[in-house]
Write a protein that binds this ligand. Structure first.
Ligand code: ASP
Length: 313
């Protein structure tokens, strides 16, 4: 694994390896990645971020890495420097990995092809968000310990969601059963899963994954009010009560309370929304280790054995 830009690049075995590594980080079994002197990584965020940026920072600090923090508004981007030149600058001055978020689809993947250091996609437009997907997978794994035939229902703004795209790819690799539910105009013909009526699907899923309405990426506003959206496409208390007893609720956040999900459900017993954020730290540590140290430390289990087991998920 040279970069971490798309979930389509990962095999089931590689996903399993990352999950095992994250588990070790969660148990606190790890040491710094910096045994010989300082090691630098750069966080280049060209779009707003709270969870992804901050959890990368926590992950980097826990691993003993030094962070080069980039701020668009005080950088040479203001003088017209291209993103390629900025990114190449950071690798030239010693950043060993670049964590990049950018509003343009596929921009991060293009940079990865051109740069001499590992690139991690922290979200590219409507494209992908692979570290969010990995923490989502980790959340499901912690709950169910398997993926094969796990019923995952993604609900909401499928068309504009990079989270949906990355999870659709990864869950296919892992053999989960994915269903989608959303307004007709937000269906994405490139995501090849069945669209179901929410009221029917909610009773059968193991995971109800809500997606934020990506207003900043919409060309046309929807005609629905928040109240109408919640009633028609959101997770209401009434729908939650019809979920399977062990089914869980996920949302990548930020959450629009009382739009995608009723306020009282955000922290209800089934909700894993804040757990997902915690897991984001361990899974991002695992990705950093994989790229900077080839996953060398931590994982006690032999990699071959893990690949063999991956089929049984
Ligand atoms: N935080 C996620 C992202 O950056 C989800 C969202 O913003 O809706 O894509």
């Amino acid at each position: 694994m040279n970069h971490f830009v798309s979930m389509k690049d990962l095999s089931a075995g590689e996903i399993q390896q990352l999950i095992k590594l994250a588990e070790q980080y969660e148990r606190g079994q790890y040491s710094n990645l910096t045994k010989e002197g300082k090691r630098f990584v750069a966080n280049l965020f060209y779009e707003p971020s709270t969870r992804t940026k901050m959890s990368f920072e926590v992950a980097e600090k826990k691993l003993g890495l030094e962070i080069l923090d980039f701020h668009c508004d005080s950088s040479s981007e203001q003088k017209g420097e291209s993103i390629y030149d900025t990114a190449k600058t950071f690798s030239s001055i010693g950043a060993e990995a670049l964590i990049i978020r950018h509003p343009v689809d596929n921009q991060v993947q293009l940079l990865a092809e051109q740069l001499p250091v590992p690139v991690i996609n922290a979200g590219d437009g409507k494209g992908e968000h692979p570290t969010q997907s990995l923490l989502d997978l980790y959340t499901m794994y912690k709950e169910f310990s398997y993926f094969k035939d796990l019923k995952v229902l993604m609900i909401g703004d499928i068309l504009h969601s990079r989270v949906a795209r990355s999870n659709a790819l990864a869950l296919k690799t892992l053999g989960a059963e994915v269903f989608l539910s959303c307004p007709k105009e937000w269906q994405d013909p490139n995501i090849d899963y069945p669209y179901l009526d929410l009221d029917e699907a909610i009773e059968h899923c193991d995971v109800a994954m809500l997606l934020r309405i990506q207003l900043e990426r919409h060309q046309h506003q929807t005609n629905l009010s928040a109240q109408q959206y919640l009633a028609r496409y959101g997770l209401t208390k009434e729908r939650e009560q019809r979920m399977k007893s062990n089914a869980i609720i996920m949302h990548p956040a930020p959450v629009n309370r009382n739009v995608e999900i009723e306020d009282c459900l955000v922290e209800c017993e089934r909700s894993r929304i804040f757990k997902q954020m915690e897991y984001g730290v361990y899974t991002r540590m695992a990705v950093l280790n994989m790229l900077l140290n080839k996953g060398d430390e931590a994982v006690g289990e032999n990699h071959q054995t893990m690949y063999a087991h991956a089929q049984q998920w």
